[in-house]
Design a protein around this ligand. Sequence first.
Ligand SMILES: *Cc1c(COP(=O)(O)O)cnc(C)c1O
Length: 376
Amino acid sequence: MNIKMVDLVGQYLKIKDEVDAAMQSVINTAQFINGAKCKEFSANLANYTGAEHAVTCANGTDALQISLMALGLQRGDEVIVPAFTYVATAEVIALLGLVPVLVDVDWATFNIDPSKIEDAITPHTKAIVPVHLFGQCADMGRIMEIAKKHNLYVVEDNAQAIGAQWKGMLGGRENPKSGTIGHIGCTSFFPSKNLGCFGDGGAMFANDEVLAQKLHCIANHGQKVKYHHSIIGCNSRLDTLQAAVLDVKLQHLDEYIASRQAAAAYYLQELASVEGIELPVTADYTTHVYHQFTIKVRDGKRDALKEFLAGRDIPSMIYYPLPLHHQEAYRDMAVVVGGLENSVELSGRVLSLPMHTELTEEQLHYICRAIKAFYR
Ligand SMILES: *Cc1c(COP(=O)(O)O)cnc(C)c1O
């Protein structure tokens, strides 16, 4: 059956001619850095997301770091993040001498629980970084309200949810896409992300022109005019070859999202009767683009189920085995708000099933049958 967690080869083969031609045309010009495709892709990306500006950079982690740099935060300022997320979210905060303040997540959606954010706010709080984990929007309606009330910046970590959409009006826009709602949105083009390139890549979104220019400036050594450095920046560029690949794949992103949603619908229907697991829930204010299809396994059976599936050549992954405050590097430096009970409990229960654009009904059937067999 050869089931994969992610099938990047299968996806590539379907668009091989388009991608190969796009890459070859970059090679023909040898404009590997800041080639014409970089600008073209940024414009197409902004157009797709509905953001006023898209600024590309070297990876999603840099996108988060550059965003925090652009907001002019000072050492010791506090930034609120969910305790259950990929480490990059907190890592850049710590690297900049800022303090990550960890807030628990909502049990159903895995995303930061807005009802717990206000408890975390102090006079030092400057920003909130919600993560749209696994592919659905965090509760941006309430997060933006809290941010406004306390005069905080919001930087969306949209690495896993590009293409997801808020349902309804928000910030004066109808059905805004994830990553375009806060002051800045960040995304990653890591190969396995929903819009992935053939290496590393990332981008930032902003609706404010001054802020977008600052992001661009910081990503380019803090220069507006070549060899004149007005602020301290870094070197974070998206290669032209990656821009060329992404520009092709962007045209297929909605199809890719539809394939993921179809696979998710299959799982949701077939596994609805399995009592030992909780299936993913989509909040009513957002669409879900299923970067991951993550179940919660009851009764301490997560690892046994994972092993059982592996015995049938079905891969599965644990995203993430530890909440941030249990990670060695962050145990002593992060500020913890409340007991973070959901984050702790979820780390012990989560299991992500194969989810990609190339899953066949036969494969999905085989996976679901195996899960049912485990509980029989
Ligand atoms: C992948 C990811 C990142 C980092 O992206 P890179 O391109 O790998 O640096 C940040 N946050 C989340 C939630 C991610 O999933």
